[in-house]
Design a protein around this ligand. Sequence first.
Ligand code: SF4
Length: 381
Amino acid sequence: MINPSDTYAGVYFHIPFCKKACHYCNFHFSTSLQHKNELVEALLKEIDITRGKSTRLITSVYFGGGTPSLMLRKELRAIMEATRSSFKLMPDAEISFEVNPDDMNDATVPFWKQQGINRLSIGIQSFRDEDLQWMNRAHTADQALTAIALAKDAGFTNYSIDLIYGIPGLTDDAWRANLEQAITLGVPHISAYALTVEPRTALDAMINKGKKEPVDAEQQARQFILLMEILEQAGYEHYEISNFSLPGMHSRHNSSYWQGIPYFGFGPSAHSYDGISRYWNRSQNMEYIESLQSGIIPYEKEDLTDTQRLNEYIMTSLRTMEGIHLDRVQQEWGEENAGLLVKNSEKYMSRGMVVNNGNRIVLTREGKLFADGIAADLFQV
Ligand code: SF4
């Protein structure tokens, strides 16, 4: 059997700059653009150091951040050229680009397309100004609508929008209206996340000081159920806990992560995985720039044990519509582990939270509300 991880890989670029800090965000970014050009130079150097280290075919490229749409034309052009000359990019590779609505206009969007970007991931989050202001987003509801029109006008048929639910003040009716707006516009892919309060974020500090209302777990659960019902009824496939798409529009890049396919990450805080070890660049822009100026990638590494790999597979696959493939567990981790997995999942089967679907353990709609807890309970020790 050919192991896809021997053949294919993805590439991820982390562009760690944003115009404005969203209150809830815990990604690595800086709101000072002062060293953006030097950082892109360092990123090109990192690609150059890495080139030729793998013969894997690249099926997907993903620009994330931060805000990749803040890159200047010459910066994006240089990274795309380096990508093409350094990797074996498949002719039909999915090339995704995260963009914020306020960076989209008649000039930028066609330029991205011309550079070979064939999928946009638009950070809309909500079609309501009050939510956008609450989160400290840089765009308005009008810009969110214009963003989708611009993507369509430029000929992007493959694009995704991010939406957030469980925001204090977002009633169930308002959440329903947000989803219906996306459906009416024919958005082919929606990533929807519950607002989470991460430690050490501005939102966390504001809630602790009583300046913002805390999030309500019951509201989040209700809105997650609404999300599943409304999008499934509109013909979207719920192919991963936070991801819905019209048929044939799954994100190839993210699906590769969930299948354990290797990826190369470039830029500060970017992670890489080669099927055995996980690597991550340190999350400090100046350290990254200075280290690469001396030709050294500032990274750390962890070799995964078989059990860690199995547990990662359980966590990521259980969140997908495919579920945990027991034959894969049996082949890679042995019959005993596959048997244990079935035995440990029995209590969730009896509660209607998972089903054993012809050699696959899959979450039911009820189980999806507790996906991470069930996965953690199925971990092998
Ligand atoms: S634009 Fe994205 S990365 Fe930047 S602060 Fe907001 S959520 Fe975080």
